[in-house]
Design a protein around this ligand. Sequence first.
Ligand SMILES: *Cc1c(COP(=O)(O)O)cnc(C)c1O
Length: 399
Amino acid sequence: MTRAARALPEALARLEAAQLRRRRTTVEGFADAASRARLALGGRTLVDFSINDYLGLARHPALAAAMGASARDAGAGSAASHLVTGHGTEHERLEEELAAFTRRERALVFSTGYMANLAVMSALAGRGERILLDRLSHASLIDGAQLAGARLRRYAHADAAAAGAALEEDAARTAVIGTDGVFSMDGDLAPLAALARLARRADAWLVVDDAHGLGVTGASGRGTLEECGMSGADVPVLIGTLGKAFGSFGAFVAGDADLIDYLMQKARPYIYTTALPQPVAAASRTALALIQAEDWRRARLAARIERFRRRALEAQVPLGLSRTPIQPVVLGSEAAVLAAQSALAAQGLWVAAIRPPTVPKGTARLRVSLTAAHTEAQIDELAGALGHCCERLRARVPA
Ligand SMILES: *Cc1c(COP(=O)(O)O)cnc(C)c1O
């Protein structure tokens, strides 16, 4: 055994001792037809409050049917990269429809959001140029900055003044300002109007990763830009994912024709990988059609969010200001979130316990996420159970 291999058990034991060791759970199935909201886990049925399937589309029969039909025609795999012979008509139509939905000239489909972010950052910033990112930006934007070999400067969360000060340090060498639209662990929105002004002043790209906004926020589900009244002129590079509100899988970048063509030429995470399977693109097209046709899903989700916030605040659960389906309950310590997670699971409620390094130290939290597929009774049950958890924590740790 090599020295490096011998170090692994020790590293794992340290994570275990710090209550930072991650474990997976295996979902054995789902309790309801066409919904993911109740799942079978460890031989039991739990209501899932950890999913990103905000509109309840992931098990929609129309998505599965589209996938099946496409698979019978095109097969399960793409058999090549997009630039060879992996690009098919389902991809092409999905890109056209996503461009129309986001009101851009073109869109480019990627296999994952992680890869889309690596692609954008590494293509738009050169070695030694600067990239400014919100401190709580998604890991894939940060990794993209590293792949670019750029100098990464992170500014205080959602703080446009801090972003401005960071920009002034070296505006001429700043190639990209990047942010999440809706922050994945806090559910709040980026100060897009102010960031757009900064980007314009510095002649830098503004990149918005709207993984959690598209389909959900804005009157017609066009995301954080629609919510903030902004257009492609303000945010030239928009990234969306298809594995969240779309209930499918994959991601895309939307922008003007030159940007998309440039990414196709230069972005290694686009070029050197097998194309997304066409059946997956077909499912995403069906999801996009449902997102546009069925406003009731967004309305129902908004009602669930409203109800959860009201009930949770009544039960003295400390909530943030988020108005999105992401409703974090920050408990602080790793031990507290793990204990709360087990207590909730014992009551049939599954909530993700999020610990560092996914969130900053001292802000371990339960990340409650809500979907249109949750019933009012399920929401009330969760709010009540969270109230009991928080009460027990307060009893143990006097304020
Ligand atoms: C989930 C997520 C991603 C990654 O998307 P995948 O398609 O799951 O790889 C990127 N950015 C943000 C903000 C996300 O929440």
